[in-house]
Ligand binder design. Structure first.
Ligand code: ZN
Length: 252
């Protein structure tokens, strides 16, 4: 009896620590997080599938400060308002986007699947993080990912995020359906210049082959909004990774 209940106890602890490799990918129950023994320095040891977190040579996030100007295809945004579901996966607040929204870069079309947030920002500019970073995760029909990052700097409250923040589920992996539609285009900065580099998921399993496009101009978020995000999921930024052979290209 005693043995049984301790097994059950362990199982529910796993659920509570949670462990859903959610932010940019695939669900697997493992105890990864952002601090101490569960932190980014230990992700690769936790599971064979996570070994890229350590061995990978094209990992995200990175510092964008040494970007060089290059001739990059524009990102054509075609974002529509949509009903959304808000999920607290224990690592981030993720908004699942069911509408027909996409970006086009050259001949490639990537459909918007979800967006989520990090605080502080994961990518940095000259080693400085912003207060938050939005990741808009897109997938093409071959399953390849393109993430658009938007820095968010302390300032006026972000009105578009208000209904999202008001509905962050307290319970991990519970989804809340918003009654109002979210127009994700409102989350983009007015200027569309960006940094581009090849990288990875910033959460385990740290899979590579992800095209990154980080907008140069930040949008704003209020101190209050940052505070309630951190209260819900904690700080969730992986440290910047070595560029190795890569270069960061700026569109202007
Ligand atoms: Zn992310």
């Amino acid at each position: 009896m005693r043995y049984m209940s301790s097994v059950v106890g362990l199982a529910s602890l796993c659920m509570a620590l949670n462990v859903y490799a959610g932010a940019e990918g695939h669900g697997k129950e493992v105890h990864w997080g952002y601090e101490g023994e569960h932190g980014p320095a230990h992700w690769a040891e936790m599971k064979a599938e996570f070994k890229q977190c350590d061995a990978g040579l094209e990992q995200s996030p990175v510092d964008l400060g040494d970007a060089t100007k290059g001739d990059l295809a524009k990102i054509e945004f075609s974002y529509q308002p949509s009903a959304v579901k808000v999920l607290n996966n224990g690592h981030t607040v993720q908004v699942n986007y069911s509408g027909d929204s996409s970006i086009k870069i050259g001949a490639q079309v990537y459909k918007l699947v979800q967006f989520h947030f990090h605080s502080p920002s994961e990518n940095t500019v000259k080693k400085k993080p912003f207060d938050m970073e939005l990741h808009l995760v897109h997938k093409n029909d071959k399953g390849e990912l393109a993430v658009v990052g938007v820095f968010m700097q302390g300032g006026t409250a972000n009105q578009t995020l208000e209904p999202v923040w008001a509905n962050i589920p307290k319970e991990i992996n519970k989804e809340a359906t918003l009654t109002a539609q979210i127009n994700v285009a409102e989350l983009l900065p007015a200027k569309r210049s960006f940094y581009h580099f090849k990288g990875s998921l910033t959460t385990p399993p740290c899979s590579e082959g992800v095209q990154w496009f980080v907008m140069k101009e930040p949008t704003t978020v209020s101190a209050e909004q940052v505070k309630s995000f951190v209260a819900a999921v904690g700080n969730n930024a992986r440290p910047v990774q070595a560029l190795n052979q890569r270069s960061v290209v700026a569109s202007e």
